[in-house]
Design a protein around this ligand. Structure first.
Ligand SMILES: Nc1ncnc2c1ncn2[C@@H]1O[C@H](COP(=O)(O)OP(=O)(O)OP(=O)(O)O)[C@@H](O)[C@H]1O
Ligand SMILES: [Mg+2]
Length: 326
């Protein structure tokens, strides 16, 4: 199950992603945690100290390895130089599975001990001014998008991505790569305006979008969110002293998280799990092709000097039953 946390800067994406990841870890489910935000904070939120977080391998720096592995023996992709972040898998491509070991996880994922289990943490790497200037070709989240487009995940296994709600994810199609998207919103006009913008993009692509109200205090906050987002409001989270203690570097045991917040995390999981039966791998594949052709036309063909539309394998449909390529 692929889950994104998006929202305005400072709304609580990283906090809620990390709490949800901890919650999943307590269930014993396999979890891959991905930090795809401009501000890389997921590692520390999962309890890593500064040195450990700084030592995490950056996916953005391992793009050649990622591309080389995923390309496999796909004859439609001539070289990794012509493989862009939207290049879809086809016959001969290698796919990723949550529970397996593979060279991509070996290079980019690190185990983090959590709540008696271990999750795999992957990070895009910190963004620099140079990344922001040339958002398309060099965007670090491109590595995440490539991986999501080659991932065949089943129920009861989770990939949780801490992401920004920025325009980069709309241009590339990243925002369509999830079973469900949790938009974290504080009860403020700004928080809600990010929701409206997201909703607008999401509508045409059938993106399952749910709002998680954060830092909600009292009835007035709740009424505000209800009035602004209606039925899209899934749950609200209040101020958490557990989170405050974590911020002070004194993380209490997870079972001491406030009851209401624990219930909110369970509610998030049931919302995620309920989307499984809505999954449509054909639509998922169709959308990645749509965004690939769009990116090919707008910059990819010119940048690589190749006709990237030819990378599309018309008979290929991604799915859990696609046979593994050796
Ligand atoms: N429910 C909560 N209770 C207490 N503190 C919270 C809560 N949610 C978020 N915070 C605090 O608010 C601050 C911002 O949260 P967080 O870093 O998760 O936001 P973000 O959306 O990931 O921000 P950025 O856009 O900078 O990545 C942090 O100091 C965090 O500890
Ligand atoms: Mg964050």
């Amino acid at each position: 199950m692929k889950i994104a946390f998006v929202g305005k800067g400072g709304s609580g994406k990283t906090t809620l992603s990390s709490l949800f990841i901890r919650h999943l870890a307590t269930t014993g489910a396999p979890v891959v945690a991905v930090d795809a935000d401009i501000n890389q904070h997921l590692g520390p939120a999962l309890g890593l100290d500064e040195a450990e977080a700084a030592a995490l391998p950056a996916m953005g720096e391992r793009l050649p390895l990622i591309k080389d592995y995923l390309r496999g023996s796909n004859p439609r992709i001539a070289s990794i130089e012509t493989m862009i972040k939207t290049t879809p898998p086809g016959d001969g491509s290698r796919l990723l599975r949550v529970r397996e070991d593979n060279p991509v996880f070996d290079a980019c994922a690190r185990p983090v001990e959590l709540e008696g289990g271990a999750v795999r943490l992957m990070v895009t790497g910190p963004f620099t001014d140079a990344d922001l200037g040339v958002a398309c070709y060099h965007s670090k989240t491109g590595a995440v998008e490539l991986c999501l487009n080659h991932l065949v995940d089943g129920p009861d296994e989770y990939v949780v991505v801490d992401m920004t709600a920025g325009s980069d994810s709309f241009a590339s199609g990243m925002f369509t790569r999830f079973d469900i998207t949790f938009l974290v919103a504080e009860p403020t006009r700004k928080g809600v305006s990010v929701y409206r913008q997201y909703k607008e993009y999401a509508r045409d692509f059938g993106v399952a979008l749910k709002v998680v109200g954060n830092k909600v205090q009292g009835q007035d906050d709740l009424d505000f969110l209800r009035a602004e987002v209606g039925d899209d409001l899934l749950i609200t989270v209040g101020h958490s002293n557990w989170v405050r203690a974590l911020e002070k570097g004194r993380p209490p045991r997870f079972e001491l998280l406030e009851d209401a917040n624990r219930r909110a995390l369970s509610r998030l999981q049931s919302a995620v799990d309920a989307t499984y039966e809505l999954r449509d791998w054909e639509r998922y594949t169709h959308q990645m092709v749509h965004f690939h052709l769009k990116n090919a036309r707008s910059w990819g063909n010119e940048r690589t000097g190749a006709d990237l539309a030819a990378q599309v394998d018309p008979s290929f449909v991604l799915g859990e039953s696609v046979a593994a390529t050796a």
